[in-house]
Design a protein around this ligand. Structure first.
Ligand SMILES: [Zn+2]
Length: 132
């Protein structure tokens, strides 16, 4: 019954997207920080972000919301990739070393502790000898 009601409410409305997930997480983090530091203004800001999230979710202007989401993804995705790569490197820091290919500047991952090895870039075929 609640599911049917929710389906009826959400009919023709925008719903959830990447930007909304980001806004929701931002609102939760802001309210956590606000309560830890006892900052009323930050708590107010977290409610504003949450309201924006609900507004976008319930909006009937689907094309405008899609455009916002596309713009957000274009900005956010490179940042997200950098964060993900940073944590990936941190995780396998003990097992691998990272080099940058002198030919195409892509990142090459090599197992650690193998002494001097010749590395061939799988992208451009550039070879270099490095100590691992
Ligand atoms: Zn290369």
């Amino acid at each position: 019954m609640i599911r049917n009601w929710l389906r009826r409410v959400m009919m023709g409305r925008y719903g959830q997207d990447h930007l909304n997930v980001f806004l929701l997480i931002a609102a939760i983090l802001l309210s956590l920080i606000a309560s830890l530091l006892r900052l009323g203004i930050l708590s107010l800001l977290s409610y504003a972000v949450l309201l924006l999230c609900f507004f976008r979710m319930l909006s009937r202007n689907i094309t405008a919301r899609r455009k916002e989401n596309d713009r957000f993804i274009r900005l956010w995705w490179p940042v997200r990739t950098k964060i993900v790569n940073f944590f990936r490197r941190l995780k396998d820091m003990r097992k691998f070393r990272y080099f940058q290919c002198s030919g195409c500047h892509c990142t090459l991952r090599v197992p650690k502790g193998k002494g001097k090895v010749q590395i061939t870039c799988p992208k451009c075929g550039e070879r270099s000898v490095r100590k691992t």
